[in-house]
Ligand binder design. Structure first.
Ligand code: TXA
Ligand code: MG
Length: 324
């Protein structure tokens, strides 16, 4: 089983693990990440193996400084402006990868672009001390619910990784927003911890969403974030045998018969709802219910990311290629 250390005492231990080409689960402000040296092919392979992640699904390179970022990618002025506004923080930029580069090609899965983000807190401190970018997907088995606590990481990946750094529950609770600037326009590839409205405010430009459901980030496949129980979204009533994931003050019909009930936010606070999302899904999953009914959650602001994760938690799972 993985050794668990704290952010206060774990920096040296985490550094030693990274230097040996091994992987370490670390807290970031969004979700826990499974980090490895992005320049070391063995370390990157271990990340894919520990998660059971298909190799065609590229990883985010986490950086500690703008210099580190510009060393591995080519920045346009609008992307730079986004870094000034939102880094360190829950925003990932997809940019043309610099060639040649110290980043191992497995990180980008052979694409000519690279996803980069500068995390807050322990992650950034670790990268600064390590001096190289860290490849880090969310610290969960591929296709499963992302982890927002060290316990959740241990339950899922504990048998397959040597070290977990415990930084408590993560602040944001959903993954970073992923954008790509193309032709001077901001394209949203994955909604996340920074809302489209915040990006529009910072840039004065409309954030564009692709129509027609073409996969933008290779990991954005239909089924993801799947608990073991089935998931039914926008539920107005609870069916026999279901648990209820509630939102706000009013309950769905039949809620008194639910196997278990957890509320994302009784006051309708979207930040609180995002923080609770994955942990509540996991807890309801453990209730033994056959399915989880989810009440309607507003779609504006952070609600776009929350609804995105819920929709994919509810998607059919019978296509192996949908598992990431
Ligand atoms: O908040 C986060 O972003 C967390 C923390 C740990 O930083 N990380 C995370 O990584 O969510 P992951 O691997 O679970 O999701 C990264 C997504 C995947 O959907 C992947 O396909 C996409 O980013 N991605 C990576 N490189 C890309 C690229 N060059 N172009 C488009 N999408 C890319
Ligand atoms: Mg993930």
């Amino acid at each position: 089983m993985a050794e668990i250390v704290t952010t206060e005492t774990g920096l040296d231990r985490a550094l030693a693990v990274l230097k040996s080409g091994e992987v370490v689960a670390i807290p970031t402000e969004t979700v826990y990440g499974l980090a490895g040296d992005a320049t070391n092919g063995d370390a990157v392979l271990r990340i894919f193996e520990a998660k059971g992640r298909p190799r065609f699904n590229p990883l985010i390179a986490h950086v500690g400084s703008i210099e580190m970022a510009t060393g591995i990618a080519l920045f346009d002025p609008l992307s730079l402006k986004l870094t000034e506004k939102f880094w360190p923080g829950p925003l990932t930029l997809v940019l043309p990868a610099r060639q040649p580069s110290t980043i191992h090609p497995l990180v980008t899965a052979g694409l000519d672009t690279i996803a980069i983000r500068m995390p807050q807190g322990f992650g950034r401190k670790l990268i600064d001390a390590f001096g190289r970018p860290l490849a880090a997907p969310s610290a969960n088995s591929s296709g499963r619910i992302s982890a927002t606590s060290a316990d959740a990481v241990a339950a899922d990946l504990g048998a397959r990784i040597p070290l977990i750094v415990d930084g408590g529950a993560t602040q944001v609770g959903v993954e970073s927003t992923i954008v790509k600037v193309e032709g001077g326009e901001v394209h949203l590839l994955r909604p996340g911890g920074i809302s489209a409205a915040e990006i529009e405010q910072a840039t004065g430009r409309k954030v564009l969403r692709r129509q027609g459901g073409a996969v933008q980030a290779p990991g954005m496949l239909a089924s993801h974030y799947a608990p073991h129980a089935g998931v039914r979204i926008n539920a107005d009533e609870v069916r026999p045998g279901e648990a209820l994931l509630a939102f706000g003050a009013e309950r769905a019909k039949g809620s008194e018969l639910a196997v278990a009930v957890l509320n994302l936010s009784e006051t309708g606070d979207m930040r609180e709802a995002a923080r609770n999302l994955f942990e509540h899904l996991q807890r309801l999953d453990r209730s033994g219910a056959a399915a989880i009914a989810v009440e309607r959650v507003p779609t504006d602001g952070l609600g776009e990311a929350i609804n995105d994760r819920l929709t994919r938690a509810a998607a059919p799972r019978d296509f192996p290629q949908n598992r990431t």
